[in-house]
Ligand binder design. Sequence first.
Ligand code: NAI
Ligand code: NA
Length: 397
Amino acid sequence: MIIQPRTRGFICLTSHPEGCAENVKTQIEYVKSKGQIVNGPKKVLVIGASTGFGLASRISAAFGSNAATIGVFFEKPGTEGRPGTAGWYNSAAFEEQAKQAGIYAKSINGDAFSDEIKKETIELIKKDLGQVDLVVYSLASPRRTHPKTGVAYASVLKPIGEPFTNKTVDFHTGVVSNISIDPVKEQSDIDNTIAVMGGEDWKFWIEDLKAAGVLANGAKTVAYSYIGPELTYPIYRNGTIGMAKNDLEATVPVINDLLKDLNGVSYVSVNKALVTQSSSAIPVVPLYISLLYKVMKEKNIHEGCIEQMQRLFADRLYGGSLALDTEGRIRVDDWEMREDVQSAVAKLWEEVTSENIEAISDLAGYRKDFFNLFGFEFDSIDYTLESDELTTVASLK
Ligand code: NAI
Ligand code: NA
């Protein structure tokens, strides 16, 4: 099959197996180039392991610390005439590379919010690893079926209180326009978003893992959050998704209580704004990211998911200093939030129009990152050739 990108808005409907493998290989090489993480994690469960920050966490643990990893995700393999999802191909390529390097890696494909997948994961840990010493929680999902009540929740991306009007960009065309987003009408929109993206499921995972005795003494767990600049507060940090992030962050002390007798500890790491399948769905944010990339690349402090996660592991969780903020959070968004970076972005934000966007922003970098997520636009790959279907994930056969 010859596979080309087919996009609908911020969604790409196709993925390229060899391109995804290239993406994974590049990330592995980066981690290896940084050297081994001294006293890093050894047995790791990554929930949301197939794309974005979760995949980068898995690669950092496996290739930066020789860690055995179990990855949980929700992806689709290819079928006759239809490519699978990027996360499927990423995971297939990751397992292949891990196997070649003699590093244990198995994956579980299914709904991480369900009790069944938690049970299946625990059985696999018991059988193969005994216990895990790190649990990375990196789910991003628009919906969640509650495992105890069966209620299906859908998250919304809306401001709270007042309508929000600001600039946004269609990153395919470069057209900058004003967008007005109405605030939530009902409290249930906020509650539903918290139910999907808040901390309850993270807590359920840790409760179940602990009850099964599969958490090692001194186990750590980390989940990911975002803050960002004031200009996105109405749609992000003070909007519905921000309320879910508040809930996630408030779960840290609850999980710390659960882990106390194991001498374990939980953290939230606030990460940098990056192009992922999830962030491209948020209005206004892609324009901010395009300007942020421009400024951070000029200052030589730009990072992608893999640079962020390698730094989180090497310089925060397993070395250097946690450098917690006043709320007790790890901040690998520290360079994004630097005063000189933010004031430069704020200035460009005022200036940016459809006419000057290619010149004053890194929209080209945004687009390339977007297509790279699906395995497209890698120079090393000839997209006119037939693609070999990487339809299997070794351990899922
Ligand atoms: P992503 O969309 O790349 O990754 C989401 C992962 O969750 C994938 O592995 C997917 O398969 C998995 N997943 C989704 N629903 C699932 C389900 N029901 N069962 C099992 N697996 C499921 O997203 P990204 O951006 O890496 O987000 C991960 C975390 O990082 C989120 O908490 C997000 O809010 C946070 N974050 C993202 C930032 C960004 O700019 N992208 C910035 C800071 C934090
Ligand atoms: Na992820």
